[in-house]
Design a binder for this molecule. Structure first.
Ligand SMILES: NC(=O)c1ccc[n+]([C@@H]2O[C@H](COP(=O)([O-])OP(=O)(O)OC[C@H]3O[C@@H](n4cnc5c(N)ncnc54)[C@H](O)[C@@H]3O)[C@@H](O)[C@H]2O)c1
Length: 359
């Protein structure tokens, strides 16, 4: 088992990579939780792994309340957070009762948000079961739900008490979901670590074959990078914004596709356009967008807007980018690579150059 520490003072926590699902109960002992625990998942994941987690929690002496949320992004809402609050209230949960999220980013974000807001905050634990959740959404404390007018519009920064990962669960994950997670893994190479980027190129076959050692390596390195960035800037006052590489165009694509495209796929395309914009802006040489595009493509991920179900008008994409919550006063700040392993967050880019790229 590998442990990555997220250093946030009194909110420090460990990410444990390689803990068996059967050990979850034991890993939660001694954290000061009361006996009642709420176990939150969706039917897909519950069918595969629910019983093992419930058994391990019970074996550790917890009284388990199971809460099931239907499977899908459309259930990451205030209504379903409210369903969680109701179940907790009916069952007399108190401020020391913990919530355990077993699932992908949808379950993790929703459970984290419910934990942040129920009784002004109760402890929660992430047990991510998708690659995207392991390397991204379960780490760093962004929790939230969607609003009819926008994704992740309601939320809170709220850190889990622990993140526990059993990598064997990735074996049942559909290939497209795994690849979508790889987009975020590739992102870490571009924004922070050139040798990791090269490693992803060298180890592609083993990664795609889910080789346990290599998988553990890439998840660990991704978590280390995210933990380091988040430890320096928990609330996105500055540095943390680099994690949004590929997300500005990516978010506009998700909106244009009405959220039918996977987040990681949209980010993959967004990273290619951001890299091209960086080159056209004179920030990097032509090899950067070429290498980014080549690596993304080699993992079977989309690299251009032609992968969309329809060609969105340039104005539509530009308008969405402007109202993105990452824009400041209407000015979109792009994360652009200077080289592989280093990015800048900047408002210094030409609108016309971006329009040409996406038209
Ligand atoms: N909080 C953050 O910092 C952050 C970062 C990135 C993304 N997100 C959010 O994460 C969400 C996307 O997360 P996701 O990609 O994990 O999607 P998801 O949670 O919808 O999971 C994808 C699918 O895989 C299934 N699944 C999960 N684990 C499985 C397993 N082991 N075997 C088989 N099937 C399994 C799920 O039931 C679902 O159908 C979005 O809502 C996005 O906004 C949050």
């Amino acid at each position: 088992m590998h442990v990555v520490k997220v250093s946030l003072g009194d909110r420090d926590y460990d990410i444990e990579i390689g803990t068996s699902l059967d050990q979850i109960g034991a890993r939660l002992q001694g954290l000061g939780f009361s006996q009642k625990i709420a176990f939150i998942t969706n039917p897909t994941v519950k069918k595969l792994y629910g019983q093992r987690v419930v058994d391990s929690l019970k074996a550790a002496g917890f009284l388990v309340l199971s809460i099931e949320i239907p499977d899908g992004e459309q259930y990451k809402t205030l209504d379903w957070a409210n369903a969680i609050y109701s179940a907790l209230l009916i069952n007399s949960f108190d401020r020391k009762s913990a919530l355990v999220a077993l699932g992908g980013g949808v379950i993790g974000d929703l459970t984290g948000f419910a934990a942040a807001t129920f009784m002004r905050g109760v402890p929660f634990v992430q047990v991510p079961t998708t690659l995207l959740a392991m390397v991204d959404s379960s780490v760093g404390g962004k929790t939230g739900v969607n609003h009819a007018m926008g994704k992740n519009m309601i939320g809170a920064f709220y850190q889990p008490k622990k993140v526990l990962m059993d990598l064997d669960v990735l074996r049942s994950l559909p290939q497209e979901e795994f690849l979508a997670g790889m987009a975020e893994v590739i992102k870490y190479g571009v924004i922070w670590d050139a040798s990791f980027f090269e490693y992803l190129d060298r180890k592609r076959e083993k990664i795609l074959a889910l080789n346990p050692d290599v998988l553990s390596q890439i998840i660990q390195r991704s978590c280390e990078i995210k933990a380091e960035v988040v430890s320096k800037d928990e609330r996105e006052g500055g540095l943390r914004a680099i994690l949004n590489f590929g997300h500005t165009v990516g978010h506009a694509i998700e909106t244009a596709e009405n959220y039918t495209m996977r987040h990681g796929e949209a980010v993959a395309i967004g990273m290619v356009y951001a890299s091209k914009l960086a080159h056209n802006t004179g920030l990097c040489n032509a090899s950067v967008p070429e290498r980014v595009e080549k690596l993304i493509k080699s993992y079977g991920l989309p690299t251009s807007l032609s992968a969309l179900s329809r060609k969105p008008p340039v104005t539509e994409l530009m308008d969405t980018m402007r109202i993105d919550k990452k824009a400041e006063g209407g000015k979109v700040r792009f994360v652009l690579p200077k080289k592989i392993g280093e990015v800048v967050v900047t408002g210094e880019w030409e609108e016309q150059q971006l329009q040409e790229l996406i038209s």
